[in-house]
Design a binder for this molecule. Structure first.
Ligand code: ADP
Ligand code: ADP
Length: 239
């Protein structure tokens, strides 16, 4: 069964801007999907419709077989726990430790008094260490987040999502502010989690060469529409 499914999805913003137009899309579990398109093409809107940061104006979005449109409360938190989000600007707490940033991934959707007071269990700390090891940054665990390079900060953000044990990672222009070398490190981490842990990865990118290097499948967007959809082994030069 598909992990993500869009059925005739349209999104029109309140001011009349078309965000998505007639999107039909099926993502298989374990796919590494790259969404390419120019700024304003609808990539972020597509992504934000998956975890219900936005609701579609019409049509249906299903995640792991569950229609997300009407979810609230506990079932919405359960949906969002399954979905890790990575942003262009990392969204770390700069002046606190790498460890705390990673641990904070644990509490996002299930706040408890202990978590609000930053009282983490030994098991949580072990999980944070494992998550950092997955992105090869265990040796940075006690550094302050803002002492790390941009690429390292983004990998900390990836480790943070691992605290949710996500089925899906959505990465919105994750490498937009990074240099080529750190770009590869971030993309390699996403690829490793995809291949070794079976996490479905959806990445918005501007760069077609990078998409070709990492994707199982590339979709192209323009004006809110899906204008291109090919598995990577069928991508041709003229496409
Ligand atoms: P970026 O292109 O850098 O990803 P975003 O699309 O995230 O920027 O836009 C930043 C914020 O502004 C978001 O909350 C987004 O919903 C909002 N936004 C983007 N475009 C418009 C627009 N045309 N009108 C109103 N709000 C917009
Ligand atoms: P991309 O991620 O490909 O840059 P977006 O999904 O951010 O594209 O934007 C798609 C279109 O929707 C753009 O025209 C953008 O300006 C518009 N848009 C995005 N967010 C908002 C918003 N909150 N309100 C109004 N228009 C928006």
């Amino acid at each position: 069964k598909p992990i993500i499914e869009f059925k005739d999805v349209n999104k029109i913003y309140d001011n009349g801007t078309v965000g998505l137009k007639d999107i039909n899309l099926t993502v298989k579990p374990g796919e590494f999907l790259v969404v390419v398109g120019l700024s304003g093409a609808g990539k972020s809107t597509l992504m934000r419709t998956i975890n219900k940061m936005h609701n579609p104006s019409s049509g249906k979005v299903l995640v792991d077989g569950v229609e997300v449109t009407n979810l609230k409360g506990r079932s919405l938190r359960e949906l969002r726990r399954k979905i890790g989000m990575i942003f262009q600007n990392f969204n770390l707490v700069k002046r606190t430790s790498v460890e705390h940033n990673v641990l904070s991934g644990k509490i996002s959707y299930y706040p408890t008094w202990k978590s609000i007071l930053n009282l983490y269990s030994k098991a949580d700390k072990q999980q944070a260490a494992v998550a950092l090891d997955r992105v090869n940054l265990l040796e940075k665990i006690y550094m302050r987040a803002d002492e790390l390079s941009g690429g390292q900060q983004q990998r900390v953000a990836i480790a943070r999502t691992l605290m949710q044990d996500p089925k899906i990672i959505l990465a919105d222009e994750p490498i937009a502010s990074l240099d080529p070398l750190t770009t590869q490190a971030v993309m390699n981490d996403l690829k490793r989690l995809n291949e070794e842990d079976g996490i479905t990865v959806v990445v918005n990118l501007h760069s077609v060469p990078l998409a070709l290097q990492y994707a199982d499948r590339i979709i192209g967007m323009r004006g809110g529409q899906l204008v291109y959809d090919q598995p990577i082994d069928q991508v041709t030069e003229d496409a």
